[in-house]
Write a protein that binds this ligand. Structure first.
Ligand SMILES: Cc1ncc(COP(=O)(O)O)c(C=O)c1O
Length: 376
């Protein structure tokens, strides 16, 4: 008899052979630290960008139902109204996660007559959402407006452009001013996933579109409350008709349990406090880190809190990350399929939790690592 799991084991051994095996490690996050195997490490792999102190959550009974059945606690509408204001949009819906927000909204908006134009570096949840939708997909070269326009011109029918604000693995910004100009010229719906720009860029942290002054030109925003804001959940904001369509047709909204009301309250607390002072301090730290990287001649194309140190080989990236860990720095190696093969990297994220001294220390360790691994 053939062993049942032979094919599974073969798949795992291929992953291992290519230096792509991931393992779960028990850990605990507290402020700027992560505790792993008895080691206290500085956490440079957190998306809790603003670094707002946690407030005590008072858990209420969970609704134990989807929102359209009996799960629609009033905290949803309060939070949704505040998020609509935050995004200068008519209406918002909260999803359990940002991933589910992408899957749900994109499938609702497009149909088999549509073509989606998606940046080649868009996040896995967008890629998955496009695949699950019935639309045709055209991938344009990263941030390349000529390629995007060429593809738009050679396509008939309904069209939708999807991009990120700050790209999650490269830390650069999309050309939102040019994308929205193109979209306007050709009458195309524009979706912006601003999971990493939200609460970090623009006035009062209104996001990448506010920074580029094109807030009104984006038709649908998708974002996460689990990153800059340091809470949990996903949301989508846009015109009332678009959001009403999602409420009625998004399967990741309709057929899943509602977020616990206490999580909404946690998000509300954070939305209401003076986030601008946190944001300014965060940017001082981001700018300091970029300046110090330039001084030690470690080049990066990043313009944000996400700073990849591109290593190349998967095995070397893992060793580089281990070296950092030995020296008290936690910064994960990011490998295929999260990034392209041969473009493995250390993804550093700067959060408001880190002190200037800790940032300086991390730069000194990076300088040592650069020499040890002979990075150019
Ligand atoms: C660009 C982007 N969109 C969406 C998501 C998913 O958000 P969430 O963690 O809330 O599911 C992520 C998470 O990494 C992301 O980077």
């Amino acid at each position: 008899m053939k062993p049942k799991f032979g094919i599974i084991e073969k798949k795992i051994s291929v992953i291992k052979k290519n230096n792509l095996l991931r393992n779960l490690q028990d850990s605990r996050v507290e402020k700027q630290y992560i505790f792993q195997n008895g080691q206290k490490l500085l956490n440079f792999s957190s998306n809790d960008y603003l670094g707002i102190k946690p407030s005590k959550i008072r858990h209420t009974q969970f609704q134990s139902s989807s929102r359209l059945v009996s799960g629609n606690d009033s905290s949803f509408s309060i939070l949704e109204k505040k998020l609509s204001k935050h995004k200068s949009q008519e209406k918002t819906i909260i999803f359990p996660t940002g991933y589910m927000a992408n899957i749900g909204t994109i499938s609702s908006i497009v149909d088999k007559e549509s073509t989606i134009f998606s940046d080649e570096l868009n996040h896995a949840s967008i890629v998955e959402a496009c695949k699950l939708s019935s639309a045709k997909i055209k991938i344009f070269k990263h941030n390349n407006m000529e390629d995007l326009e060429r593809k738009i011109r050679s396509t008939n029918g309904k069209k939708v452009i999807i991009t990120e604000g700050i790209f999650s693995m490269d830390g650069d910004w999309s050309q939102l001013d040019q994308i929205s100009e193109l979209a306007e010229k050709h009458g195309i719906i524009t979706i912006l996933d601003d999971a990493h720009g939200d609460f970090v860029l623009g006035r009062d942290g209104r996001g990448t579109s506010n920074f580029f002054n094109v807030e009104k030109k984006i038709d649908l925003y998708v974002s996460s409350l689990s990153k800059g804001l340091g809470s949990f959940g996903g949301y989508a904001s846009g015109k009332k008709s678009l959001i009403d369509l999602c409420i009625n047709t998004s399967r990741t909204f309709i057929y899943t349990s509602a977020l616990p009301a206490s999580i909404n309250q946690y998000s509300l607390d954070r939305l209401e406090l003076d986030r601008e002072s946190y944001r300014k301090k965060l940017w001082d730290k981001i700018n300091l880190f970029h300046k110090r990287l330039e001084e030690i001649e470690l080049p990066t194309n990043s313009t944000s809190q996400i700073i990849p140190i591109v290593i190349g080989k998967e095995k070397t990236a893992v060793e580089f990350s281990k070296f950092l860990k030995k020296n008290g720095i936690f910064a994960q190696a990011i490998r295929y399929p999260t990034v392209k093969k041969g473009e493995a990297r250390i993804r550093i994220s700067i959060t408001g939790w880190l002190s200037e001294n800790e940032i300086e220390y991390s730069v000194q360790i990076l300088e040592k690592a650069k020499r040890k691994f002979n990075l150019k």
